[in-house]
Design a protein around this ligand. Structure first.
Ligand code: NAP
Ligand code: MG
Length: 417
């Protein structure tokens, strides 16, 4: 059942393929259901599949992850299921050759991308902040600063300095960090012009692609007059270089002091991109995810500076639910963000290929998901916070089946008019 084609409807045909990356645990279970119930009946899927299931990464010595990233560079659009990043416990559980690195880290390193997190806003799942009406998207720089710092404990009195030695043997520079009179701590951070520039370009690319009316970049250049100021200046240069495109798409750019941005975001209706430095983005994306309701509503897209797109849900493999599922117990895992990863990829594929019916289908599927939830059919995570509270919640399968029914009905109705 489920994969029966609605009578009288031809399936949407894809021109170019999407790179499909399957994954692990509960999200792998959901992945198969979404394809069978919500995609295959409506689209003749053209996919280039890579299985990033942990045993498969182990079997291929993780080569499959690199191949998937390279495929995205060829086809420009990918969709990824959540995957396990193995730790010591997983090495044992899956009897792995080693603790393979995070697939997202590997893919990001190859695509040189920036990750954008965008919440799905649903009328009956009100954000915790009253003024938020539209998504607030966070673009987080994913290189350097405190994540690549060096740190030192200072045991007692003495001087700490920072020195630059030019590779060409030229005159360098030394600055005194601090003259310690007692014990203390010190750290050195860095970033590169290349990385900051590609971050700025990815943010501009994203704002244009989503036609967002506003893009912010925030830092603290009043205090950090060289380090933060470098970010501010590079952003300004990159914005200037794309000024005509930004004007044409109606994207307004502004630089804000980070404290001003934090204050403003609380009374802003949303619908904008907030480009954040690495640490700010780490914090603000978690703040927004919980402020907008549930991890099951948070989508994520990796955008490379040259315009390749990889879509996924922001959450992980939902391991706790998977173990319930393995025991044969019912689960209530929210597939919304996974479905929106697919619709994001399909819409982008359609946009790049000029296939309007693919874009239209993606939007129709998104509407079917939102209408299903607004009608009161939802998983446990949303049932706990929705207004009005629904009488109960549905299972993982029940939710996807309810969306499928609505989609079949909507597609049928659409064809008659
Ligand atoms: P997680 O999979 O995001 O789940 C954490 C908890 O959040 C769940 O136990 C569940 O809470 C809730 N949750 C997350 N997504 C949900 C959804 N769609 N529907 C309903 N509830 C949802 O994080 P984790 O358990 O820390 O990580 C599990 C594995 O995922 C790890 O191996 C990690 O490496 C991997 N991971 C992968 C990615 C990725 O591929 N992008 C990202 C993060 C983590 P309740 O248990 O309270 O219901
Ligand atoms: Mg964080």
């Amino acid at each position: 059942m489920g994969s029966a084609i609605t009578p009288g409807h031809s399936r949407v045909v894809m021109k170019n393929p999407i790179v499909e990356m399957d994954g692990d645990e509960m999200t792998r279970v959901i992945w198969a259901m979404v394809k069978e119930q919500l995609l295959e009946p409506f689209i003749e899927l053209a996919l280039e599949p890579y299985d990033l299931h942990l045993p498969e990464r182990d079997r291929t010595d993780d080569v499959v992850t690199t191949q998937a990233a390279e495929a995205i560079q060829r086809h420009r659009v990918g969709v990824k299921c959540a995957t396990i990043t193995p730790d010591a416990a997983r090495v044992k559980e899956y009897n792995l050759k080693k603790a393979w690195p995070s697939p997202n880290g590997t893919i990001r390193a190859i695509l040189d991308g920036t990750v954008f997190r965008k919440p799905i806003v649903i009328r009956t799942v009100p954000p915790m902040v009253r003024s938020w009406k539209k998504p607030i998207v966070i673009g987080r720089h994913a290189y350097g600063d405190v994540y690549r710092d060096v740190e030192m404990k200072i045991p007692g009195p003495g001087r700490v300095a920072m020195t630059y030695w030019p590779s060409d043997g030229g005159t360098g520079d030394t600055v005194l960090v601090h003259e310690f009179r007692g014990a203390g701590v010190v750290k050195g951070e860095h970033n590169t012009e290349k990385s900051i520039r590609s971050f700025a370009r990815a943010c501009i690319e994203y704002a244009l692609s989503e036609r967002l009316p506003e893009m912010w970049f925030a830092a603290k250049d009043t205090i950090s007059k060289t380090y933060h100021a470098a970010f501010k200046d590079i952003f300004a240069e990159e914005v200037q270089a794309r000024r005509a495109d930004l004007d044409r798409s109606g994207v307004a750019y502004q630089y804000l002091l980070i404290d001003d941005a934090v204050a403003r975001v609380m009374r802003h209706p949303g619908g904008f991109l907030w480009a954040c430095r690495n640490y700010d983005g780490d914090l603000m994306s978690d703040m927004l995810a919980s402020g907008f309701g549930s991890l099951g509503l948070m989508t994520s897209v990796l955008v490379s500076p040259d315009g390749n797109f990889e879509f996924e849900a922001a959450h992980g493999t939902v391991q706790r639910h998977y173990y319930q599922h393995l025991k044969g117990e019912p689960t209530s895992t929210n597939s919304t963000a996974t479905i929106f990863a697919w619709t994001g990829a399909l819409a982008k594929r359609g946009e790049l290929d000029g296939t309007q019916d693919l874009v239209a289908f993606a939007h129709r599927l998104e509407r079917a998901v939102i209408e299903t939830i607004e009608e009161g059919i939802m998983t446990k995570d949303l049932a706990a916070i929705a207004e009005p509270r629904p009488a109960g919640h549905v299972t993982t399968e029940g939710f996807i089946m309810a969306i499928a029914e609505r989609l079949h009905a909507n597609v049928g109705a659409g064809a008659e008019t």
